[in-house]
Design a protein around this ligand. Structure first.
Ligand SMILES: NC(=O)c1ccc[n+]([C@@H]2O[C@H](COP(=O)([O-])OP(=O)(O)OC[C@H]3O[C@@H](n4cnc5c(N)ncnc54)[C@H](OP(=O)(O)O)[C@@H]3O)[C@@H](O)[C@H]2O)c1
Length: 294
């Protein structure tokens, strides 16, 4: 019963990866193009190191060419800009990904804006964000795109539905809210932030609730109405003495408390996180095939 409620990121992302694999073979055979992705990682933030490794592994698995630049924390901003400038010109590279956050001495905005927006497969460049808002073709940030893909592939209706997003970050909350107001999805969207008064008043109206807060178990069952669809973007590490590592990952939603009341829910881990990597691969493939900017 509760299994039917799970929107399984493992299954959906595996389907998408299979589709990508086939398209990569086609692209190689018909046009002699291999999708190429360049990673730039500055410093040794453990989460960032893990993310870049997983993305590199996905490249291998799907037949992409990839190159990883793991640079020391002391790398200067101008060195990173120079590297990006080289990849902007490199014809074998169709996507450039600078793993965020970058160390404090590097200006994140400057780095994002230095990437050729036609290779900005993370979808963070102002050109892509601007196009997303006006509904033009662009690279859409991977996590929000993954959320929409999960909703679509699970057959969930969005037209006329109340979508409530908790969180307004540039990488999740803002882009995901903007996707749901587009004519392709036709939802009515409310976006909450840490200054929102009586958040429950909003969340109780949600047909679809998207939590992107970064606070473990923030959304509890009293905050949702019956049959809400819950998309939990949060990835939080909490202490757990029963685990060998002493900790485990949980979302922003009290999964056990909400599963009985909601109609569908994404687990953490095994939900949105897996979609993010799949959508990064899709964006890079689309870049290589010239599907976004020709
Ligand atoms: N699944 C994935 O692939 C993926 C990808 C990216 C991020 N994540 C995870 O998603 C979560 C959010 O990431 P993020 O980068 O968007 O985080 P972020 O930049 O820290 O943004 C968090 C947002 O939550 C809001 N917020 C915090 N406390 C709140 C409260 N009490 N009530 C209402 N809103 C509140 C903040 O509001 P203010 O703006 O007012 O501060 C902010 O807009 C994290 O757990 C992160 O690890 C997962």
């Amino acid at each position: 019963m509760s299994e039917e409620k799970i929107i399984d990121g493992k299954i959906i992302s595996a389907q998408i990866k299979e589709e990508i694999k086939k398209e990569v073979i086609n692209l190689k055979n018909k046009r002699n193009i291999t999708p190429g992705l360049a990673f730039i990682l500055v410093g040794e933030n453990p989460a960032s190191v893990t993310y870049v490794k997983s993305k590199g592994k996905a490249c291998e698995e799907l037949g992409f060419y990839s190159v990883t630049n793991a640079l020391p924390e002391s790398t200067s901003e101008s060195e990173v800009l120079e590297l990006i400038s080289g990849y902007n010109e490199d014809k074998s590279i169709h996507g450039i990904l600078v793993q965020l956050p970058v160390p404090g001495h590097i200006n994140e905005e400057k780095i994002i804006e230095s990437i050729n927006y036609k290779k900005d497969v993370d979808g963070f460049h102002p050109q892509n964000i601007g196009r997303l808002i006006i509904g033009s073709k662009c690279f859409i940030p991977c996590t929000p795109l993954g959320v929409v893909e999960m909703i679509k592939r699970s057959g969930i209706e969005t037209k006329g539905k109340n979508v409530v997003v908790i969180g307004r970050s540039n990488i999740v909350g803002k882009p995901v809210a903007n996707l749901f107001i587009q004519k392709s999805l036709n939802s009515t969207v409310t976006v909450c932030n840490s200054f929102t008064k009586d958040i429950k008043e909003h969340t109780l109206k949600a047909d679809i609730l998207i939590a992107a807060i970064g606070k473990p178990h923030f959304v509890t069952s009293d905050m949702i109405k019956k049959d809400t669809v819950i998309i939990d973007v949060g990835i939080n590490r909490i202490p757990d003495a029963s685990k060998k590592s002493g900790s485990r990952l949980v979302g922003d939603v009290d999964y056990d408390g909400c599963i009985g009341k909601c109609s569908k829910i994404t687990p953490v881990p095994g939900g949105v996180g897996l979609m993010t990597i799949a959508m990064l691969m899709k964006n890079t493939l689309d870049s290589a095939a010239g599907k976004i900017y020709g």
